[in-house]
Write a protein that binds this ligand. Structure first.
Ligand code: FAD
Length: 385
């Protein structure tokens, strides 16, 4: 962009940053005012979306007129464009959004808004929506695909296993990736879920879901999902994967086992998988519900070693009745999984895959780093959700 664009766009950035919520509220009000049907495409509560929206616009206004960071910005906008396909965003919607942004920028800049300023702002907004639009158009195939729930069973009061069969052709994804998922009980809410089995030609999918306290979608899955429900999926994301020929350390916390389980199952298809040590952590012994399956897997795959880790050695009353984890023949250690794994041995030559709740990932990474494992040897999914 021209040299003169910088002061204009940075002025707009600063005004937006001073009161991002009002800016976003006004843009959305203009948007829904011009195209009321668009409101149906958005979730009931817009606060998270408003925050994410102003973060992106602020970032665009910051970077676009500068000298650096253009490649990253373009990739971010392209990813946003691809992400928006699942909402059914059309050419016309981009035009309406661009106009709403220009109008709100005019209001925010007040007396500074003249012809030159208007051109600069319009050019920045057209560039932004143009990259998003172009990236969305370049993705082949439909934006979403569906699968039907065929089985659901409870693991305990807060966890379920859900199995589905794809109704549409399943796009390609890798074991260990996660899928953008929408359930019929929350038609405007997308959540990430990690399949616990590798993708396969039969279109089978399996998920392990824990209801988080106060969680809308996860609670509905645990309480309301039933065979016959149709779930919708969009993009697959995630980079968790095992590089062949190098020993592996896996650290799973709770339902974080799912993507690692999918990777282990795909490794089991090859005779020559590298030595792999899985640490499987849970709060209580009765929550180690996958040890039976892991026993069967380890029995026929000698490269796999499993260590179970529990925060507490006794079950609370609400998990009582679960099988004793010692019966599977694995060692069961007590402590925080990150502490146990870091003290257990030398992992400095291993590729490390970590999956679980955000705090477990952060603390495990820290402990392993302190034990000498380079950060670039550790992989995990984003922990923001
Ligand atoms: C890469 C990735 C893969 C995932 N895979 C799975 C999976 O296989 N199985 C699974 O069950 N979940 C998985 N999740 C979590 C899932 O995407 C949702 O974030 C989670 O189910 C909560 O959604 P919700 O609608 O129930 O909660 P929301 O209604 O979005 O949130 C309600 C409240 O719960 C809190 N909350 C949100 N998420 C969590 C959390 N994880 N722990 C504690 N509190 C939380 C929020 O801060 C908020 O206060 C994954 C997340 C990511 C990022």
């Amino acid at each position: 962009m021209s040299e003169t664009a910088r002061p204009v766009l940075h002025d707009l950035r600063d005004r937006l940053a001073a009161d991002p919520d009002t800016f976003a509220r006004n843009v959305f009000a203009r948007l829904f005012g011009s195209a009321p049907t668009l409101r149906d495409m958005f979730p009931a509560h817009l606060s998270h979306l408003r925050e994410a929206f102003t973060d992106v616009i602020e970032h665009v206004l910051d970077v676009l007129p500068g000298d650096d960071g253009h490649d990253e910005l373009i990739e971010l906008l392209a990813q946003l464009g691809r992400d928006h396909r699942k909402y059914g965003v059309t050419e016309e919607h981009y035009n309406v959004m661009a106009q709403a942004l220009v109008d709100e920028a005019a209001a925010a800049l007040g007396p500074r808004w003249d012809r030159a300023t208007a051109e600069t702002v319009a050019q920045a907004i057209m560039l932004t929506t143009g990259v998003m639009r172009g990236a969305a158009q370049s993705v082949p195939g439909p934006a979403t695909w569906r699968a039907q729930v065929v089985q659901k069973f409870d693991i305990n009061r807060e966890r379920v296993v859900v199995r589905l069969i794809a109704l549409d052709p399943m796009p390609q994804f890798r074991a260990g990736q996660y899928l953008e998922t929408r359930i019929p009980q929350w038609p405007h809410a997308w959540r990430n879920l990690s399949p616990s089995i590798p993708p396969n030609d039969a279109g089978e999918l399996e998920f392990h879901v824990r209801s988080v306290p106060g969680g809308h979608v996860s609670t509905s899955i645990v309480k309301e999902t039933a065979p016959g429900d149709i779930w919708t999926f969009a993009q697959a994301h995630g980079t968790l994967q095992v590089e062949a020929g190098r020993s592996v350390l896996m650290v799973a916390g709770g339902t974080g086992l799912a993507p690692l389980r999918a990777i282990l199952l795909s490794m089991a298809l090859h005779a020559d998988s590298a030595p792999t040590h899985l640490f499987y952590g849970a709060r209580f012994p009765g929550e180690l519900y996958e040890l039976g399956m892991l026993r069967e897997l380890a029995a026929v795959n000698p490269w796999l070693k499993v260590t179970a880790v529990v925060d507490d050695s006794t079950d609370p009353w609400w998990v009582e009745g679960a099988p004793d984890p010692h019966q599977w023949g694995f060692e069961v250690l007590r402590g925080r999984v990150g502490d146990i794994v870091a003290q257990y041995g030398d992992w400095t030559d291993r590729q490390v895959l970590i999956a679980g709740p955000a705090d477990m990932i952060t603390s495990t990474k820290l402990k392993l780093r302190m034990a000498g494992v380079p950060t670039d040897q550790m992989q995990h999914d984003p922990v923001l959700d």
